[in-house]
Design a protein around this ligand. Structure first.
Ligand code: COA
Length: 329
């Protein structure tokens, strides 16, 4: 038996709200059109929660599916990592709330704030805890209720975002598979291009500053676009190099679903044809940290990912943050 411990994804799950908001619905809310949104972003519709549904609720449903597939009991979970920028509360973490809902009483719990890269940061953290033998079973989540921080009067942003959750169980294995490599990076000097200006310790909320609508996401779209294409391309090239493989050996690329044009530009740059790139942005819009685990779950359940498949995951998000992972199933 090999002494090398690998971290394998043994179960996945996802949860998206039932309520669908189409581009035609948005035409009635802001000055936009189905044609503009489709051409510029590839999005046709997104899912939005009913009032009162929190990130922990969507996470719970996704987690149960992942645990069932991996045949993991709540007591077996050593660590819960929740990638989110839309937690239930500022305090406590959403991981704590999810722990209680699951009854995962033996788990360490923390949220990871890396915006759209949150799930990749979570996977990389899980891999490190498993390979250092501090944990055997980790629940990694990417969840977002972006509708709660979206300015529904701002057509520059409100057409892009959606709600959802994805989960993965990561476990130790001696098999020659699992998370083969991860790469994480960031650049905090570009924070102002995509951020929520108020509501933290720097500018706490007041009745007056809420009127300026600065507690919602602000974004400079075309600047973010350029950085995303560059960073997602770099992160993909980097992970292939770390994994010692070429782009021809990638069975599936799962990029963060922010914009179909960013996805296509990334694929072109790393020479992976679009028939080996997973796309579901038309159904969900940009669900930030949830987009990769939702796509991963759909790709596994639809049979696009099979045992032995070599899958590259790549994300970019606010912060800026970016990163990638190479996983053999
Ligand atoms: N409907 C109609 N027109 C819109 C619009 C909408 N929903 N949103 C913006 N516009 C207008 C703008 O006001 C602008 O008009 P102007 O030229 O008269 O000022 C015009 O469309 C073009 O805007 P521009 O920003 O140049 O478009 P774009 O081609 O860059 O596409 C985004 C805009 C937002 C779709 C694109 O920049 C993008 O996806 N950026 C990255 C966003 C992202 O991924 N964020 C999350 C990162 S994880």
């Amino acid at each position: 038996m090999s002494s090398m411990i690998n971290a394998a994804i043994t179960g996945t799950g996802s949860s998206t709200p039932k309520r669908v908001l189409t581009n035609f619905d948005l035409e009635k809310i802001v000055d936009t059109s189905d044609e503009w949104i489709t051409e510029r972003s590839g999005i046709k519709e997104r899912r939005i929660v009913e009032n009162g549904i929190a990130s922990s609720d969507l996470s719970l449903e996704a987690s149960k599916q992942a645990m069932e597939e991996a045949k993991v009991t709540p007591e077996q979970i050593d660590m819960i990592l929740v990638g989110t920028v839309t937690p239930d509360y500022l305090l406590p973490s959403t991981a704590c709330i999810l722990q209680d809902k699951l009854g995962a009483k033996n788990a360490g719990v923390m949220d990871i704030v890396a915006a759209c890269s949150g799930f990749i940061y979570g996977l990389s953290t899980a891999q490190a805890f498993i390979q250092s033998q501090q944990c055997k079973t980790i629940l990694v989540i990417g969840v977002e209720i972006l509708s709660s921080v979206t300015d529904w009067t701002d057509r520059n942003t409100c057409v892009l975002f959606g709600d959802g959750a994805g989960a993965a169980i990561v476990q130790d294995t001696n098999d020659d598979r699992g998370i083969l490599a991860t790469f994480l990076s960031g650049d905090g000097s570009l924070a102002n291009l995509l951020h929520i200006p108020i509501g933290g310790s720097k500018v706490p909320l007041t009745e007056d500053n809420i009127k300026e609508r600065k507690h919602f996401i602000r974004m400079q779209g075309s600047e973010v676009f350029k950085s995303a294409v560059r960073s997602m391309g770099d992160a993909t090239e980097r992970i292939l190099k770390l994994g010692g493989i070429t782009s021809e050996q990638v069975d599936l690329l799962i990029p963060h679903q922010a914009n179909i044009r960013i996805i296509e530009a990334t694929a072109r740059r790393v020479k992976i044809p679009m028939d080996r790139v997973f796309v579901n942005i038309q159904k969900y819009g940009n669900t930030s940290s949830a987009s990769i685990p939702i796509a991963l779950d759909e790709a596994r359940k639809s049979g696009v990912i099979k045992p032995g498949s070599m899958v590259a995951l790549v994300a970019f998000g606010g912060g800026f943050t970016w990163g990638s992972a190479l996983v053999k199933f």
